[in-house]
Design a protein around this ligand. Structure first.
Ligand code: NAD
Length: 417
């Protein structure tokens, strides 16, 4: 006997399919329907859960209130842990107003878990089997978590592995976060440099502008160039991918011509390919004069899945003027400067070398907004009839998929473990 239907996912339900049949049901024309204002009891609607991040220093949250309706309109229920958005400036009442429910323990209730930082082993243990996870996962290095996700039969998507194709642009979390990192790196450098950035004509004399050298002009590097230009610095930049020259120049910076042969610099996804040790040695040698002339160096050079290449040697740091600043945006991948200590600020040979970790978390409001947009766009892309559909023929589904049906399914991740 049909008992009623769910007004959200429009599934007709038998009495046995109600989770408890309690309060959230209202009656309309004699048919019982789920109340949109409450997390209802329909066993067909999936629950998206959003926990408070637990990694020390992480201030972002994976979902912001404004995006809750996007999920409820897609027949999903949204559960948010109280205080989850507080450090980013999003408060519990705003989530409730937009249709989410607050629950203290969300990990074991969610069918789909949205996170910023990879879940800990303990968090994975609290998720239920066969649930879905969308998060940054650090899939190439986070061996224990990836194995644990597979062991618990969780279908996990890693936001780092989103294909860099036009269709996936609204889901490109890495680019969104790199934008923040590039911007913030310049602000940090400007506040630590014992000099002004802009040219100033004052009664007390003319101040010459600071010189900034950006190594690696991907998303973070280009944002750093733009921000440093806006602050009035003279900016030079270099990248192994020749295609970047035009982008650097369009921002008003000068492209450093190192005269290195970089024909095979880019893979099919637009990422830099690793170069030979001989190449890096030559690059260091030729780049020495640019580094020495700079007041601020912002290296951002990464090669996916590998330790960041060392591009600034100790000798090059010695060649810099005391008081100069290096903000090493590759610190999380080991650093582009040989003297970088990830997570620390050190002064070596009179040069301040900053190895920031997790810069996107230092702009948590927009960091959360931007990240949440990418994650919800991805989740909506996966949905079919109110639940994620793992279509292995779809490049966007397959690309970030790391674990599925108890297996590690991403070939590159599997090979790295
Ligand atoms: P990234 O963070 O992996 O690397 C940063 C930069 O370092 C890259 O530009 C890389 O070429 C450069 N680099 C690597 N080794 C270097 C070396 N030895 N010396 C100097 N520079 C070096 O890069 P990213 O910011 O993620 O961007 C990678 C590519 O993806 C770019 O082509 C970007 O335009 C493209 N992209 C495409 C889309 C899209 O189409 N949806 C979105 C974002 C980025």
């Amino acid at each position: 006997m049909i008992f009623g239907y769910c007004s959200r996912c429009v599934a007709w339900l038998y009495a046995a399919e109600f989770k408890s049949g309690s309060i959230p049901w209202t009656s309309q024309n004699g048919i019982r329907i789920a109340d949109q204002q409450h997390r209802h009891e329909c066993s067909m609607c999936m629950i998206v859960s959003v926990p408070k991040e637990t990694v020390p220093g992480e201030q972002r949250v994976a979902l912001v209130p404004e995006l809750v309706p996007k999920l409820t309109q897609a027949s999903l229920d949204v559960l948010v842990q109280p205080g989850a958005g507080e450090s980013a400036g999003f408060f519990d009442a705003e989530y409730e107003e937009k249709g989410a429910q607050l629950e203290q323990e969300v990990l074991n209730q969610g069918d789909i878990l949205l996170k910023v930082q990879p879940p800990t082993i303990d968090e994975i243990g609290r998720m239920h089997e066969d649930s879905f996870l969308i998060s940054f996962l650090q899939p190439y290095t986070n061996v224990a978590a990836i194995k644990s996700l597979a062991a618990r039969r969780i279908t996990a998507f890693s936001m780092e592995l989103m294909p860099r194709i036009t269709r996936a642009q609204p889901m490109d979390a890495l680019s969104a976060m790199s934008t923040i990192a590039g911007y913030k790196a310049v602000l940090i450098a400007a506040s630590r440099l014992p000099k002004f950035f802009p040219l100033l004509m004052t009664a007390a004399g003319t101040i010459t502008p600071a010189r900034v050298f950006v190594i690696g002009a991907g998303v973070a590097g280009l944002q750093a160039i733009g921000t440093a230009k806006r602050l009035g610095a003279i900016v030079e930049a270099y990248d192994t991918r020749p295609a970047v020259k035009e982008q650097v120049e369009s921002l008003g910076a000068r492209f450093a011509e190192l005269g290195l042969a970089t024909k095979d610099a880019e893979d099919k996804n637009g990422y830099a390919k690793a170069q030979s040790q001989e190449f890096y040695r030559k690059q260091q040698e030729i780049m020495g004069k640019y580094v020495a002339a700079a007041d601020v160096v912002i290296p951002t050079a990464l090669v996916p899945g590998q330790r960041a290449p060392i591009l600034i040697t100790e000798e090059m740091v010695q060649g810099m003027r005391p008081g100069s600043v290096i903000v090493d945006l590759a610190a999380e991948q080991g650093g582009n400067c040989a003297l970088t200590e990830p997570g620390r600020d050190v002064v070596k040979h009179g040069v301040t070398i900053i190895g920031p970790m997790n810069l996107p978390s230092t702009v948590p409001f927009q960091g959360s907004e931007m990240y949440a947009r990418t994650v919800t766009s991805y989740l909506v892309h996966l949905l079919q009839d109110g639940r994620p559909h793992v279509d292995l023929d779809d490049e966007l589904t397959r690309g970030p998929l790391v674990t599925h049906r108890g297996e590690i399914v991403h070939e590159v991740v599997k090979a790295k473990l």
